[in-house]
Design a protein around this ligand. Sequence first.
Ligand SMILES: Nc1nc2c(ncn2[C@@H]2O[C@H](COP(=O)(O)OP(=O)(O)OP(=O)(O)O)[C@@H](O)[C@H]2O)c(=O)[nH]1
Length: 206
Amino acid sequence: MNDIKVAVMGSEGVGKSALIVRFLTRRFIGEYASSSECIYRKRMSIDGRQLNLELYDPCSQPCQGKSTLNEQIHWADGFVVVYDISDRSSFLTAKAIVHLIRELHLGGSKSRDTDSVIFLVGNKQDLCHMREVDREEGQKLASEGRCQFYELSAAEHYQEVVLMFSMIVRNASLGGKAKERRRRPSGSKSMAKLINNVFGKRRKSV
Ligand SMILES: Nc1nc2c(ncn2[C@@H]2O[C@H](COP(=O)(O)OP(=O)(O)OP(=O)(O)O)[C@@H](O)[C@H]2O)c(=O)[nH]1
């Protein structure tokens, strides 16, 4: 079965955990523990193919064994880069992350193949009365960084969140890195071991 690894990235408090929990459990809880990083696992069927999804939720606060941004980028097949539409500084962080992913993961590749594995997400759309980042700015960054763009609310939207995650998983499964792993099954085992060593973290199944 195909393993697909998606990292959810962005600055503190933008709603990374809220989006993941919404996708995995349908619920919006309101407060989420953020003292440890973790990988959530889920089996999915996309286009009739069975996939094992691993979703990485980083820890914004200093914590033991914390992986670096570079490690997260090298680990993942697909990226959800989140900012909060009511917080401009989170948008600037998202911008820096998008550029870093393009440089490190995609090696500056101009191939169309790589265009669809970064999703830029403006979260907390329900706070549009406190908006600090215009939708057009998000769209502009997405087109510069060749990302897909979504504006949504983990608090209020369920279908949109599910659609967004389903699309990134689908695109990541078709991307170059996942394809390469499928061609080299023996390599994938040792890679999984290596990743476990790097992250050395608890895994959750939902
Ligand atoms: N209004 C509103 N609040 C949200 C939304 N998504 C998340 N929040 C709130 O934003 C706060 C931070 O959410 P988290 O999911 O913990 O954010 P995070 O990015 O995982 O934060 P760290 O783990 O600290 O990096 C919480 O109080 C959430 O309830 C949203 O769509 N709308």
